[in-house]
Design a protein around this ligand. Structure first.
Ligand code: MN
Ligand code: MN
Length: 305
C-alpha cells in the first residue's frame, strides 16, 4: 500500500474543514436548513472533493440522519443543540466530522457540547498503535459521565476504507470489550462520541432523508425505472445520497423522485437511513473527527485545523 492514500485523506479532510467553517458562519436562527445544506455541500465540491454522504443537520433529540429533503421549509430555531455532520472524499478516501452548535449559548446545554468535546479529545489523545478500540470507548464514557451525562451506546465510531463509510470495526462509546481490535499503522477511523441526558440509546424515527444504492434488480421493471436505477448507481455508487442530489444532477423528473425511491426501497435496490432519535427525547451533542495512523504509526487528525 502506498503512502499516497494518506494525502487523499488529508485532501478530504480539507474539504470537510472548509464546510464546517462555512456552516459555523451561516448557521443563524431563521436560516433555512436547505440553504445550509446546499451551501456546505457546494463548499466541499469547491474544495476539489466529492460528497461522501449528505450533510446531517440534526436538532436536539435527533442524534443523526436528518438531512433537509427537497423543498424543506424548516428554519434554524432560536435555541437548542444543532449537530452538523459532514463528509467528503478524495479518490474514495473519506473524511467524516461533526460538531454541535449551542444556538443560544444556553449554559446547561453547553455542558453536553463540552462533554462530547472532552470525550473526543481524550480519545484522540489515546489513539495510537496498540490501543484497543474499547479502550477509546472507556475514556469516552468516562469523560461524558464526569459531566453528569450519558454516552449514546448504540452509536459509535467506525473504520473508514476506500469508498466505504462504515467498514467493519466499531469504536464503542463505552467500554464494550467485544470491540477488541487493536489500532495499527495505516488505520483510519471516525471517532464520534454523543452525550445526552436521556437513556443513552437512539431508536429509528419514522422518516428517512438519506438513502443508499445497494444492488440492481431488473425483474418486472420498466425501461424508464431501469434508467433511473442506473443513474443513481452511476452518480452515487454505494455511498449515501440525498434526494436533493437527484435534482441537482437532473437524474429523475422532480415529480417522480419520491415515488421512485419508495418503489426502489420496496425492491431492496435502495436502503434507507431513518432519523435516529434519543429514546427519552432528551437533547444530544455530538463531536466527531477522522483520525488516521500513517505507516510509521503517526497520528493525523484529518478534520482538525
Ligand atoms: Mn459523521
Ligand atoms: Mn461517522
Amino acid at each position: 500500500m502506498s503512502e499516497s492514500y494518506i494525502q487523499d485523506y488529508i485532501k478530504a479532510g480539507k474539504g470537510v474543514i472548509a464546510a464546517k467553517k462555512l456552516a459555523k458562519r451561516i448557521i443563524k436562527p431563521g436560516t433555512l436548513f436547505l440553504d445550509v445544506a446546499n451551501k456546505c455541500e457546494a463548499e466541499i465540491i469547491k474544495n476539489g472533493c466529492e460528497l461522501s454522504f449528505p450533510i446531517n443537520l440534526s436538532l436536539n433529540e435527533i442524534a443523526a440522519h436528518y438531512s433537509p429533503p427537497i423543498d424543506d421549509i424548516t428554519v434554524i430555531p432560536e435555541k437548542g443543540l444543532l449537530k452538523i455532520d459532514v463528509g467528503a472524499h478524495f479518490n474514495g478516501f473519506i473524511a467524516d466530522s461533526a460538531f454541535t452548535i449551542n444556538l443560544d449559548e444556553d449554559p446547561k446545554l453547553q455542558n453536553y457540547v463540552d462533554a462530547a468535546k472532552e470525550a473526543l479529545d481524550a480519545a484522540i489523545e489515546l489513539y495510537n498503535p496498540g490501543i484497543k478500540l474499547y479502550e477509546l470507548g472507556e475514556v469516552i464514557a468516562q469523560k461524558i459521565i464526569n459531566r453528569g451525562l450519558r454516552p449514546i451506546t448504540n452509536l459509535g465510531g467506525h473504520e473508514l476504507k476506500q469508498f466505504n463509510l462504515h467498514a467493519g470495526p466499531f469504536i464503542p462509546n463505552f467500554k464494550e470489550k467485544l470491540h477488541n481490535q487493536v489500532l495499527k499503522p495505516g488505520d483510519a477511523y471516525a471517532c464520534e462520541p454523543f452525550a445526552t441526558s436521556g437513556v443513552g440509546r437512539v431508536e429509528n424515527g419514522s422518516y428517512s432523508y438519506i438513502f443508499r444504492f445497494v444492488k440492481k434488480v431488473k425483474k418486472n421493471m420498466s425501461y424508464e425505472q431501469q434508467g433511473y436505477m442506473n443513474k443513481i448507481q452511476k452518480n452515487f455508487g454505494n455511498l449515501p445520497f440525498s434526494p436533493r442530489w437527484i435534482i441537482n444532477n437532473n437524474l429523475i423528473p422532480k415529480d417522480k423522485i419520491l415515488r421512485t425511491i419508495e418503489s426502489f426501497l420496496g425492491r431492496k435496490i435502495l436502503d434507507n437511513y431513518p432519523i435516529l432519535i434519543e429514546r427519552a427525547k432528551e437533547p444530544v451533542a455530538q463531536e466527531e473527527h477522522t483520525i488516521i495512523l500513517d505507516l510509521d504509526g503517526n497520528k493525523i487528525v484529518t478534520t482538525q485545523e
